[in-house]
Design a protein around this ligand. Structure first.
Ligand code: B12
Ligand code: SF4
Ligand code: SF4
Length: 331
């Protein structure tokens, strides 16, 4: 169905590397999510425990007309490869950032992928009379990894990442929920667990945030929470002071053989120029010495910071949040 609407070049342009579909609105793992929240492992992410928690039980709580879902994997693996090369160059100041930040030309994926999903939605709605769609992308009350799992796209790694056998885990999940069954044209057999005996991600996590028994993250120990979700000054997470991560964290993905395999064999590293925002983030945060970045941020008015990084993921954490991250990472 999707193949008849979009050429493979168009899907590539959208950075869609794989897609699947499901007619099942009920997550297989709501009880896992529920116990995670009940045990307080979600804290300080209060938005996961308020009235939106129960909504995640059933996609129909979010989109009552639900009949089926199209689920897409958007990859930022090429930019990851570029960043790895850059980190190993003399130009790098040693600081690191989650690669999804740079993955969409430095644009916040919440904006860019939302636009892309809306283009797909318009195309579908114009072709299929009576079709209505709702999109889900990170902020909506949907267990997105479970939705991708039900669509046959991959499995849950021990680091809790959703991993595709073919495309690894440097992916963002975005979906369209539809009010019609439009017939899955893809094989939706559930993927098996391909972690096997591997446990590389567990000792690699510098803050011990991975709970191996439940394959879940203790959110308050995760550098991603600390560097993205905490906007004010806060004490460093034990272990975090020895890290170079200043926004998000890729460490438990970097060691995963399903990603390393791709980084090793994919020779097609992207060229230098990746848009204005990408370059701005890189030249402000990843090149100058850390002391200079701190001084520049300290004297920069909030409004200027918001203007400079508007439309990027760094807008959310803000100037004060970035200062906290810089002051609490490795010297
Ligand atoms: C809250 C949140 C966070 C929190 C908590 C992370 C976490 N692991 O829960 C924090 C801030 C730490 C975070 C960090 C990151 N996040 Co985040 N985050 C979310 C969000 C909003 C909700 C996730 C959630 O509900 N967590 C609750 C826990 C309990 O659920 P879960 O981790 O998905 O675990 C499920 C599995 O463990 C599953 N399970 C485990 N074993 C088994 C076995 C079987 C058989 C079954 C059926 C299920 C199952 O059950 C759980 C419940 O569904 C989602 C978007 C969304 N709406 O879903 C993005 C999302 C998970 N994040 C994403 C990303 C990219 C990241 C980071 C990589 C960013 C970065 N580089 O810093 C890190 C990764 C850290 C990590 N190792 O998970 C992507 C992940 C894409 C992918 N390929 O997996 C998502 C899906 C956003 C998106 N739309 O793409 N995130
Ligand atoms: S993202 Fe970083 S801090 Fe969080 S679980 Fe993975 S390795 Fe640990
Ligand atoms: S590093 Fe190993 S255990 Fe961890 S998610 Fe990847 S394959 Fe699974």
């Amino acid at each position: 169905m999707l193949e008849s609407l979009f050429s493979s070049d168009e899907l590539k342009e959208f950075k869609i590397v794989d897609w699947g579909s499901t007619e099942n609105p009920i997550p297989d793992s709501f009880s896992k999510f529920n116990s995670w929240v009940e045990e307080g492992k979600h804290l300080p992410l209060h938005y996961l425990s308020d009235h939106r928690k129960e909504k995640r039980r059933d996609l129909k709580n979010y989109f009552p007309e639900f009949q089926s879902a199209l689920v897409f994997l958007f990859s930022y693996q090429k930019e990851k490869q570029y960043l790895e090369k850059f980190y190993n160059s003399n130009e790098s100041n040693g600081l690191k950032m989650a690669s999804y930040v740079m993955g969409f030309d430095g644009n916040d994926y919440h904006h860019q992928i939302k636009d892309q999903l809306n283009s797909i939605r318009e195309r579908l709605e114009s072709k299929i009379p009576g079709l209505k769609c709702a999109l889900t992308l990170d902020i909506h009350p949907v267990l997105e990894r479970d939705l991708a799992y039900r669509s046959g796209l991959g499995w849950f790694g021990k680091n809790s990442m959703f991993i595709s056998k073919k495309f690894g885990s440097y992916t963002i999940i975005g979906s369209l929920l539809l009010n019609k069954k439009i017939g899955p044209s893809k094989n939706t057999v559930l993927e098996a667990d391909h972690c096997g005996q591997c446990r590389a991600c567990i000792p690699a996590c510098p803050t011990g945030a991975i709970d191996i028994t439940s394959r879940q993250i203790v959110a308050e120990k995760c550098l991603s929470t600390y560097t993205i979700e905490l906007f004010k000054d806060a004490d460093a997470i034990p272990g975090g002071e020895n890290c170079d991560e200043i926004f998000g964290c890729d460490i438990c993905q970097d060691v995963c053989p399903w990603n390393q395999r791709l980084l090793r064999f994919d020779e097609e590293v992207i060229a230098e120029s990746q848009g204005e925002k990408f370059q701005k983030i890189k030249s402000f945060f990843l090149v100058p010495p850390k002391d200079k970045i701190i001084k520049d941020l300290e004297k920069m008015p909030n409004r200027k910071y918001q203007r400079e990084f508007k439309g990027t993921a760094l807008e959310r954490t803000g100037r004060i949040g970035m200062l906290k991250n810089l002051k609490n990472c490795r010297d």
